[in-house]
Design a protein around this ligand. Structure first.
Ligand code: UDP
Length: 225
């Protein structure tokens, strides 16, 4: 909570002093466990304010409020990107996210840990597509957003596990582990606004993006890093 709220606050303040444009890297987590599918920016979300994910969800919602207060009160030039699940090389192998977990487990021949039934969905955006969206947003003068940046191709976690096993040529088996509390059941960005205002849409499919990601982790594991 402190990082996402107090940590973000100096940024619009600095932008005010320097007359700079400030970009907030917000998140699809502001939508919580959404009742609306796919999620447009106008959807206000379904967040459990006291659950285990609240520190992140509410922290980011708070930082969005800071940015828009600075915009209203001091006319600071701000923009807000709501980033959906993103992956690619240089992910931290130990951070517990699903793509890094599955790829590392598959390469090591360890069981692939699907939480719950694996029917929950996520939409995965390759890092180069996301970076392009952020650059376009920063260059889009007079556009504050918030704007969704993510890939609308949606997969269940079981589907992801199967693709990772196939692309790594692994013999890992899929095992099920308990579903974490408040784990969103579905998530898919509505990217009409990004298409219209930024002329942006992701270009890299999940299979295409997983290949360099797998190669990256292969090298990391081989080098013992
Ligand atoms: N997940 C999983 N196995 C893992 C890690 C995550 O099945 O080893 C699931 C997790 O329960 C969630 C999805 O994958 O439904 C995405 O999790 P992640 O932490 O990567 O992102 P987020 O939940 O923040 O979208």
């Amino acid at each position: 909570i402190t990082t996402s709220s107090q940590g973000a606050l100096p940024v619009p303040e600095l932008a005010r002093r320097k007359k700079a444009r400030a970009l907030l890297a917000s998140t699809s987590e502001v939508y919580g466990d959404p009742e609306v599918h796919p999620q447009p920016e106008s959807y206000r979300g379904s967040v459990n304010p006291i659950g285990p994910r609240a520190c992140y969800d509410e922290g980011k919602r708070c930082s969005e409020a800071f940015f828009f207060d600075y915009h209203r009160q001091y006319a600071v030039d701000v923009c807000v990107a709501r980033i959906f699940n993103t992956y690619g090389p240089v992910l931290n192998q130990g951070d517990g996210r699903v793509v890094s977990n599955f790829v590392v487990q598959a390469l090591r021949g360890e069981p692939i840990t699907v939480y719950g039934e694996g029917t929950q969905t996520r939409s995965f955006c390759y890092v180069s597509d996301l970076v392009e969206g952020l650059i376009r947003l920063m260059n889009a003068r007079d556009f504050t957003g918030p704007v969704n940046l993510g890939n609308p191709s949606e997969f269940t976690m079981l589907e992801l596990a199967e693709v990772v096993v196939e692309l790594t040529g692994s013999r890992s088996e899929i095992v099920h582990r308990p579903l974490p509390e408040d784990d969103p059941t579905q998530r898919q960005p509505d990217i009409r606004l990004a298409k219209e205002r930024l002329g942006w849409a992701p270009q890299v499919s999940l299979r295409e993006g997983l290949k360099p990601t797998i190669e990256y982790f292969r090298e990391v594991l081989a080098s013992g890093r």
